[in-house]
Design a protein around this ligand. Structure first.
Ligand SMILES: Cc1cc2nc3c(=O)[nH]c(=O)nc-3n(C[C@H](O)[C@H](O)[C@H](O)COP(=O)(O)O)c2cc1C
Length: 407
């Protein structure tokens, strides 16, 4: 089974709409951002509400739209513009009028949207929309240059027939193109952007008969936490998962569910060559029963002994075919201190780093939500991470590998 999570999942976007005829396209943009998984809040200027009703936008984003400083003047209820500016991961002003662009340059605070823009901590993008002479006017061009120099993303308008009847540059970019640029923004600004990462997670199950298998106690939690941390940092994650009962983390690009080591090996082989990095976190069975039965063994027809044959060594295969540009990290679970054994595995399997966890440590290893690990690097460096939640640890490992492996 393959699942893809929407590209803007868990991204919070404040959509600012200003008083341009292009405001009607913002309804399509709001819907498109939602369709791509974003959480959207809308702030409209008074001018924008002349062109499209707040009700239309509120219905599309499934929450009230903000257009005024006060929500209930008599009760003294006001819209917290600072909260909106802090809530968003990105503010997109589309359409952005000449007036609002100018207000942004001069730090005006005459309406709610301007206040949100002034108090925003997140990046801002604007999609100008106006008549061609307004767009080419030196004031507008100067304003755009200033905004760009302050880090605002300018989503270039298109050329074509304008509402004024003239033809030229000034049409707001199409909603789909704006949504593409929003996606690109998140890709660009995250540390693992454009990096393709393959993660294996969970146990494998090697069938004995129709109902029994040889397996292990791996829950997949560490691998899934890593998949989530990599995806949060912008990586394009392919997660190959053994039988686990875990939901696919948000933003993981692709999940391939497998059961046996052979299936996991096949899945890894199909995509490893396209990856920038591999993290082999799965607890793969080294052996599988030589003979399996399609029906259930009963006491009367139980085999006298179970013979085993070797499974493919997935990590070894990845290490052997690894290119100079690829990075590979393995996991080692040992029942004793395990440092020497992990160092041996690092070299034998041609890894760049290995993460050692030992069952000697309380709270580390299988099925628990915490882990305590030592990361050994190819250059002999060893880094210890104290007992902590697997989610937290995953974030630290992803940060570590960004600087030590992919710098
Ligand atoms: C029919 C009509 C269409 C307009 N279209 C635009 C436009 O596309 N771009 C623009 O910058 N201003 C346009 N304006 C002017 C703005 O609405 C006006 O400058 C307003 O003050 C903008 O306020 P705001 O930026 O707070 O929304 C238009 C005005 C009218 C009456």
């Amino acid at each position: 089974m393959e699942l893809a999570s929407p590209p803007l999942s868990e991204r919070r976007i404040v959509l600012g709409i200003t008083g341009s005829i292009a405001a009607y396209k913002s309804a399509v943009l709001a819907r498109e951002l939602k369709r791509r998984g974003a959480e959207v809040r809308v702030v409209m200027t008074a001018g924008a509400t002349e062109f499209i009703t707040p009700l239309t936008l509120a219905t599309l984003i499934d929450r009230p739209v903000h257009s005024d400083f006060t929500e209930d003047e008599h009760a003294g209820v006001w819209t917290n513009h600072v909260e909106l500016g802090v809530w968003g991961d990105l503010i997109v002003v589309a359409p952005a009028t000449a007036n609002t662009l100018s207000a942004m340059v001069h730090g005006q605070c005459e309406n709610l949207l301007q206040a949100v823009l002034l108090s925003a901590r997140c990046p801002v993008a604007v999609a100008p929309a106006m008549d061609l002479d307004m767009f080419t006017h030196a004031s507008t061009q100067d304003n755009l240059r200033i905004l760009e120099s302050r880090g605002v993303d300018i989503i270039d308008p298109g050329t074509g027939p304008l509402a004024s009847g003239l033809v030229g540059k000034g049409r707001m970019a199409e909603p789909k193109d704006i949504a593409d640029q929003v996606e690109a923004h998140f890709q660009r600004t995250l540390p693992w952007s454009h990096k393709r990462v393959l993660i294996t997670a969970g146990p494998t199950q090697e069938p004995l008969d129709a109902v029994r298998f040889l397996g292990n106690r791996s829950s997949g939690k560490m691998g899934f936490a890593l998949a989530s941390a990599f995806a949060d940092q912008g990586a394009l994650v392919t997660l190959v998962a053994g039988p686990v009962s875990l939901a696919t983390p948000e933003r993981v690009h692709r999940r391939i569910d497998v059961s046996t080591a052979v299936e996991m090996n096949n899945a890894v082989q199909t995509c490893w060559a396209d990856m920038d990095m591999g993290v082999a976190c799965a607890a793969v069975a080294d052996f599988r029963p030589t003979l399996t039965s399609d029906s259930k063994w009963h006491r009367a027809n139980m085999p006298e002994a179970i013979t085993l044959e070797e499974n493919p060594d997935i990590l070894h295969g990845m290490g052997q075919s690894k290119s100079d540009a690829q990075r590979l990290v393995g996991f080692a679970l040992e029942t004793d201190e395990g440092l020497d054994s992990a160092k041996g595995k690092l070299v034998r399997k041609n890894l760049d780093a290995i993460v050692l966890n030992t069952l000697q440590d309380n709270g580390a290893g299988f099925a628990v939500d915490t882990n305590k690990v030592t990361v050994l690097n190819k250059n002999g460096q060893a880094l210890k991470f104290d007992l902590q939640a697997k989610d937290e640890l995953a974030q630290k490992l992803v940060d570590l590998w960004r600087t030590t492996l992919i710098a």
